[in-house]
Design a binder for this molecule. Sequence first.
Ligand SMILES: NC(=O)c1ccc[n+]([C@@H]2O[C@H](COP(=O)([O-])OP(=O)(O)OC[C@H]3O[C@@H](n4cnc5c(N)ncnc54)[C@H](OP(=O)(O)O)[C@@H]3O)[C@@H](O)[C@H]2O)c1
Length: 332
Amino acid sequence: MQIPPRGLAVRLSGHGDPSQVLRLENVAPVPPGRGQVQLRMRLAPINPADLNVIEGTYGRLPTLPATLGNEGLGEVVALGEGVSGFALGDLVRPRDGIGTWCQWCTADAARCLRLPAGLPDDQAAQLTINPGTAWAVLHEFPAGPPGSWVLLNAPTSAVGRSLMVLASRRGLRVLALVRREEEVGTVRSLGATEVVIEGREAAKAIRRQSGGTALLALNQVGGDSAAILAKSLAPLGTLVTIGALARQPLTLPNAAMIFSELRCCGFWVSRWYERVQPGVVEGMMDELGKLLRDGLLHLPVAATYPLERVQEAVAHAQRGGRGGKVLLAAHP
Ligand SMILES: NC(=O)c1ccc[n+]([C@@H]2O[C@H](COP(=O)([O-])OP(=O)(O)OC[C@H]3O[C@@H](n4cnc5c(N)ncnc54)[C@H](OP(=O)(O)O)[C@@H]3O)[C@@H](O)[C@H]2O)c1
């Protein structure tokens, strides 16, 4: 493929207000060196982690200036010397730190994840971070035998939707904690067995519905919502925190910590990809690829913007009630 002398990239010059720190630049694509692949990027989602990188609060920040974007779908268009295991035309996601909000990307082959074939681009572009996290949490933390309950807040997030589908395939029942009455019907249609609305009596209601037997809770929110999940777990249950959507500290009830001997863990999928055996990731890709291909899991898209409209796209991604991901198209 003929690579043009310049291509667009969304660059971050400092942390803070996106309108001040994001720049659309025309940069020269970098030919792949030894062990590297060159990618023609197609689509990249704007995930909460990207917003945290822009504001400077994410767990791992790039050296600035840097091309933004943790996740995305790219096609291998050139191979550097010594690359094995990848071929021209393969669809991959370059792992975090490489920068995906661009037209052309050069990455170490060892840091690329091959994506399943036969998926719509908008689903493949979103597979590894959010569905990947839901898969990894169920793989890493015991939920109990089929029939056991898993507790979940923010169930309409991409992670939440994926978790509900994966849990049901494993014979688990999901009890979802929502903020508003209007969410109940949607969340049930996405696979929750029971739905409880946040409030003073929520922990009691969850314990009543689940018989107080749940061993695993996935917390994406923090604050009061996480405390409700913690109070609702069975003795020796595990509260896994992956997000802080409410931007409130995680406060855990003393009684649950002591008398239920609550386990409280964090999980970060970026580190998981670094430590996990390749065969486990292959198993994850196979299962998620099949679910997405068969339409049993669907990751909704709120809107797709060209890179030139990145400011508008980021503003959209920051709004609540989006109903899906905002994507950036590299070559619309
Ligand atoms: N640790 C990890 O490895 C890892 C990996 C992936 C994701 N995450 C985290 O997981 C969370 C979900 O990510 P995502 O990409 O799946 O999300 P997403 O698809 O962008 O959706 C965000 C969801 O959160 C809901 N929400 C926003 N603020 C909330 C609040 N205060 N209380 C309850 N719900 C709230 C939104 O509801 P409305 O639509 O009603 O506004 C929406 O359903 C984020 O915190 C993300 O950083 C962590």
